[in-house]
Design a protein around this ligand. Structure first.
Ligand code: GLN
Ligand code: ZN
Length: 817
């Protein structure tokens, strides 16, 4: 009987089983409910989530993972480093200041009640989380539209990139939390930054949990990770130089936590899983030597990535315990168990916090056995990382296929798994529960729903050159020019047109069964006809059908492919009040029938101009889904690629001459460690090429990517070999294009000439200026003219006005040639 095994979690989802926090936040932001009502919701959610942890048998509840917007933003207030540019009146209540930092104040509010549109903010066109199968589960569908992905920081786009640096009310920049789809608010650091223990919220929450009778483990971001995640607001300023000033504040905080009597403080330093510069690595020893003096037991937590060269450093830091990601760093567990001094606690994140599969408990027990032996029982069990990244629970998923449901575990089910592991290791009789889990695992492994022999056979027989077009780009370009006869500076759009209330209503009505398939089809065909008419009137050269029938660029395809499942309530926080509901890829992906041909052919029949087919690429589908863990991601990507490849072939056969395969998520799939980039980029770009590879030389393949730092992966973007790439560039004032120019990017490019995240309509002169800038770096014959991204979140009036100016700008450039 082993007594020392304790169980805990690095963090729990805060949004609520029914997204109660979202409703409360949005109601408060609309001005419908006072701050006290919001605070009350926060207290209730915390109380409920702590009770779940205690009732599941966890040895501590985790306090400090709650946030009204974002946990990093909480630390900005906690450490009193709200950027001075906000010039807050000291009388402004902290919560009001908090939302001002998160959402901006004054002129940059976009009228939609949330932060200025970023991609990943309201407007990134592709990835909506509208309704799913059940309308009443999604009453706020529209409010969730297109959350999800935003490497790019909208907020930054509005301040610095467009030259408004210093606009005092612009929201903090937002960026992706490591390699997740969660976005945090970026702290701003400068030589003027000062820290002080300013926020009482964390301490109050600890007291709150204690008052409810819980044993508390408080959680904090570590000082090095906090500084790392921030951004230097002065060129050349090294934010690490703030460490000496920050440490005493951490010390004071730890002291307060100790006085409150917390059992443990979990201090998160996930940057130990990154390629760290030497000065950052070296800072760990003195930092933890200092923090450890306070005398409260510290559990140093790492996650998302193996420790690699930081392994021995992490093991020898003077703290009471170390948490490691037992899923992504599973291969390091043995060395960690060897290196970590015996008096320290080893917390092994054995249950996957990043995916929704049921844990293979036999495999987990087998992996834990040698660790247990080595650690003399001084072992804790945990989830690999905070459960923030998985949905709340399966309890309400009554529409999910029962077999598939049995293979899954969301946040609450993962708590139960931890308890089961703990009981088993402590010698309790858990045979029945283990057997049930074993059956589910075996069932999944053997299920005919997972394995499709035809898919396997096709993959095995895939010719090595399936990822090659027939001719090299130069020859294809000639053939396509011959066929398409487009003018110089051809104009097009990225795919979606405004998703009007009528379109949403029709889609929702169809899902609820109020419209039959025939009625829905006619409604969508009418929308397509309307979009075509408007584009012809505007004089655009390459048209699109407008994506009226798509709720979300991934879900639309997933719903038509074999191997996908969808939850009703599987929401995961993306940022602030926004959530996404990622599809679940559980089995071999196959395409039973064409997915877009009917709509596209209809659209093409209405115009003599080329109609661009519109598909989502394999990497984007992969990246924005929960992906199976029983085969490498590369394999799933390839299966997706084959499905898209078939769609390309069908579109081509139906006479479509231009096909766009969107890949906005390629960059966000990059592994955290540089050493793994080549591997990922190798299979990811190959998957794209396989998707496109069946196209004849006369078919023009486009791809589209949203704003992202492309410069370090330009060779791989070029290796995707799309005939045309459209990218988001306007907010960088075309600066992003310089890299493409220097690299001598060989194929055609459409740099976005206006920002679709704002309702503002730039005039033609402004777009002409950007296009002239573009033609200084890219040969004019290779340039396209298009907006930054899709237009689904905009209204028709502003869309038509902006596109009219865009067409005029292209014409002016043609006349200059
Ligand atoms: N074709 C998609 C659209 O226009 C692309 C969206 C995206 O890049 N995120 O909506
Ligand atoms: Zn885009």
């Amino acid at each position: 009987m082993t007594k020392n095994i304790q169980i805990h979690i690095p963090g729990f989802p805060r949004i609520g089983a029914k997204r109660e926090l979202k409703q409360a936040l949005e109601s408060h932001w609309r001005g419908d409910t006072p701050a006290e009502a919001l605070e009350q919701t926060g207290r209730e959610l915390r109380a409920r989530h702590w009770a779940l942890q205690r009732d599941a048998g966890l040895d501590f509840v985790t306090v400090g993972d709650f946030a009204f917007y974002d946990q990093v933003a909480n630390h900005i207030q906690l450490f009193g480093c709200e950027p001075a540019r906000f010039a807050f009146d000291p009388a402004t209540p902290p919560l009001q200041r908090y939302f001002a930092m998160a959402r901006g104040v004054g002129k940059n509010i976009d009228g939609n009640g949330d932060a200025p549109a970023a991609c990943g903010n309201p407007a990134c066109a592709g990835h909506a989380a509208e309704a799913g199968a059940n309308a009443n589960a999604n009453a706020d569908a529209a409010a969730d539209a297109s959350a999800g992905h935003a490497e790019h920081s909208a907020h930054a786009g509005q301040s610095e990139q467009s030259g408004h640096e210093g606009h005092h009310g612009a929201a903090l920049e937002m960026t992706k939390w490591f390699d997740t789809n969660y976005h945090y608010l970026v702290p701003e650091f400068s030589p003027l930054t000062r820290f002080e223990l300013a926020g009482e919220r964390l301490l109050a929450e600890v007291a709150e949990a204690q008052a409810l009778g819980h044993a508390v483990k408080a959680v904090l971001l570590g000082p090095l990770t906090f500084l790392w995640l921030g951004k230097s607001k002065r060129a050349g300023f090294d934010r690490l130089s703030l460490l000496q000033q920050l440490l005493p504040v951490y010390g004071a905080l730890l002291d307060r936590l100790k006085t409150l009597g917390v059992s443990w403080v979990q201090i998160d330093e996930p940057i130990l899983g990154l390629d760290l510069p030497g000065d950052w690595r070296n800072a760990f020893d003195p930092t933890y030597w200092q923090l450890n003096q306070v005398g409260v037991p510290l559990l140093l937590a790492t996650y998302f990535s193996p420790l690699e060269e930081n392994l021995s450093l992490a093991c020898r830091l003077p703290v009471a315990g170390l948490h490691v990601d037992g899923v992504r760093a599973a291969h390091e567990l043995t060395s960690i168990a060897d290196w970590l001094p015996h008096h320290k606690v080893l917390s092994v994140g054995i249950v996957d916090g990043r995916n929704i599969w049921r844990t293979d408990l036999d495999a987990a027990l087998a992996a834990l056995a040698p660790l247990l032996a080595k650690r003399g029982g001084k072992l804790w069990l945990s989830t690999s990382c905070s459960l923030l990244h998985v949905p709340f629970s399966l309890a309400e998923e009554d529409q999910l296929d029962a077999e598939v449901r049995g293979w899954l575990a969301c946040a609450t089910e993962k708590l139960a798994e931890l308890a089961l592991l703990q009981h088993t290791l402590a010698g309790a009789d858990t045979a029945a529960a283990l057997q049930q889990s074993r059956l589910a695992i075996a069932g999944r492994r053997a299920s005919a729903r997972v394995h499709n022999g035809a898919v396997a056979a096709r993959l095995a027989a895939l010719p090595a050159d399936a990822d090659r077009r027939q001719a090299p780009f130069a020859a294809r370009q000639t053939a396509q020019r011959e066929r398409l006869r487009l003018p110089l500076f051809p104009t097009t759009t990225i795919g979606s047109f405004p998703q009007t209330a009528a379109i949403r209503a029709a889609r929702a009505g169809f899902k609820r069964g109020e419209l039959d398939a025939g009625q829905y089809r006619s409604a969508m065909r009418a929308e397509i006809a309307d979009a075509v008419r408007r584009q012809e009137a505007l004089g655009l050269d390459v048209l699109v059908h407008g994506e009226a029938e798509r709720n979300d660029m991934v879900e639309y395809f997933g719903e038509q492919l074999d191997g996908f499942a969808f939850t009703r309530y599987g929401w995961v926080q993306s940022y602030g009040s926004r959530c996404v509901k990622p599809p679940l890829i559980f089995g071999d992906v196959a395409r039973p029938r064409a997915m877009t041909v009917d709509w596209t052919v209809h659209a093409q029949s209405l115009t003599a101009r080329p109609m661009k087919g519109m598909l989502t690429g394999p990497i984007t589908i992969l990246q924005w889904s929960f992906v199976r863990d029983d085969q490498p991601r590369a394999q799933t990507a390839l299966q997706l690629a084959l499905a898209i490849r078939d769609e390309v072939a069908d579109l081509e056969r139906a006479g479509i001459a231009i096909i766009q395969i969107d890949e906005p998520a390629v960059r966000e799939g990059l592994p955290l460690r540089r050493g793994r980039w080549d591997d990922y980029l190798g299979w990811a770009t190959r998957a794209f090429r396989v998707a496109a590879g069946a196209a004849a030389d006369t078919t023009q393949i486009h791809t589209h990517m949203c704003y992202a730092e492309f410069n370090d992966i330009l060779p791989q973007i070029a290796a995707m070999d799309a005939d045309v790439i459209t990218i988001e560039t306007s907010r960088s004032d075309m600066e992003l294009l310089n890299g493409f120019g220097q690299f001598r990017y060989p194929n055609e490019i459409g740099p976005g000439v206006y920002d679709i995240h704002s309702p503002r309509v730039p005039d033609a002169a402004e777009m002409v200026r950007l296009l002239r800038k573009a033609s200084a770096v890219i040969p004019a014959g290779n340039l396209w003219v298009n907006p930054d991204c899709g237009l689904k979140t905009r209204g028709w009036a502003e869309t038509e006005a902006a596109l009219r100016h865009m067409v005029a700008a292209a014409r002016r450039l043609r006349a200059e040639q």
